[in-house]
Design a protein around this ligand. Structure first.
Ligand code: UDP
Ligand code: MG
Length: 337
């Protein structure tokens, strides 16, 4: 394996004005332990409404190792990570949260593992520092998703990871609009190694994840990786048919033996209501898949760029069109994958 690497650190930021300077300091300190390697930091401002963009502009003029991209509105963390991956130049890319929950002091260790030949170095967090209210839904999420999805997801293994150029190019070759990174990382494969870190409380600001968002995320995870929920619908239908046939046979035999006597109003109503519920649910599942086809078929860009001081790397199969050199032009730049 090569002895020096060019490392790109991609940091998605959404309303992180108070985290940017401490994060930059921490990354710079960690980079000092990698004197042979070249380190760049690429901030992606995901349409923040606070002073994040101003802080990034300022930082980029002070530190030549810093580049930034700013979206025209909030497109979500998945889009921000995609933009970062498209523009990262390095032989290896690290995805890092802005809120210092992903400790930058792990960077030298991750780079060392990469130099040993690993393509994905996953920093896996323990859930010690988290409130039970947060840990429980997480556990439920992984249990459900791993049962219903083809790719295996590990609790605590999030987006904090180092990816080799091969993995980045593989990820960029996946054009889907609905991006579920945890699944994509696992889907592309390559040699993977895991290291564990102590989970820290958020330094500043608030987490953007509400319980409702987590539930939606879980549904996304299940629906974007396979058609097992559709399979489940088929089995539920089969089971219903079997039960109904059995019950009908029993009613007929009973009528023949005992004579015709069927009040059965309650049975009828519960059967109708129950069937209605199941049909609605199955329709919902089918609708979810059709909705996905609808979004994919629009071929909309994943994000729009309002301002940047960096050009797309032009590597990989799906780099966005080149940025305009006059950064203050109002014309939006389009990012696709
Ligand atoms: N983030 C983003 N766009 C969003 C939401 C979050 O770029 O719409 C960034 C955020 O600034 C942070 C990272 O994604 O750097 C993780 O977000 P957060 O800390 O809110 O999530 P948690 O750590 O609670 O999973
Ligand atoms: Mg966080």
């Amino acid at each position: 394996m090569e002895q020096t690497v060019r490392l790109s650190i991609v940091v998605p930021c959404y309303n992180e004005e108070s985290s940017i300077d401490p994060l930059h300091a921490a990354v710079t300190a960690a980079a000092a332990a990698l004197p042979d390697d070249e380190v760049e930091i690429l901030f992606v401002d995901d349409g923040s409404t606070d002073r994040t963009l101003a802080a990034l502009r300022d930082l980029a003029t002070r530190d030549p190792a810093v580049r930034y991209v700013s979206f025209s509105r909030n497109f979500g963390k998945e889009a921000a990570m995609l933009a970062g991956l498209q523009r990262a130049d390095g032989d290896a890319v690290v995805l890092l949260d802005a809120d210092l929950q992903h400790p930058p002091h792990l960077l030298p260790q991750m780079v060392a593992l990469h130099k040993q030949g690993y393509d994905q170095v996953v920093a896996c967090r323990d859930r010690q520092g988290e409130p039970a209210l947060r840990r429980l839904p997480a556990r439920l999420f992984y249990r459900t998703v791993n049962r219903w999805v083809d790719v295996q997801l590990h609790d605590g293994a999030g987006d904090f990871r180092l990816l080799s150029r091969a993995v980045v190019d593989a990820l960029l070759s996946l054009p889907e609009y609905h991006r579920f990174s945890k699944g994509l990382f696992s889907w592309v494969g390559f040699s993977t190694v895991t290291l564990t870190f102590r989970h820290e409380a958020r330094q500043a600001g608030t987490s953007t994840w509400s319980f409702g968002k987590l539930v939606n995320y879980a549904l996304d995870g299940m629906l974007s990786f396979n058609n097992k929920p559709l399979r489940l619908a088929v089995y539920a239908g089969l089971l219903q048919t079997l039960l109904a046939t059995g019950y009908a046979a029993w009613v007929i035999v009973n009528a023949l033996v005992e004579g015709v006597d069927m009040p059965g109003y309650a049975t009828l109503i519960s059967a109708v209501v129950g069937m209605g519920g199941i049909q609605l649910m199955v329709l919902g599942v089918i609708g979810e898949y059709i909705g996905r086809i609808y979004y994919e078929s629009k071929h909309r860009p994943h994000f729009l760029i309002r301002e940047t001081d960096s050009r797309p790397a032009g590597r990989g199969p799906s780099a966005a069109p080149r940025a305009r050199s006059d950064g203050d032009s109002p014309a939006a730049e389009v990012g696709t994958a």
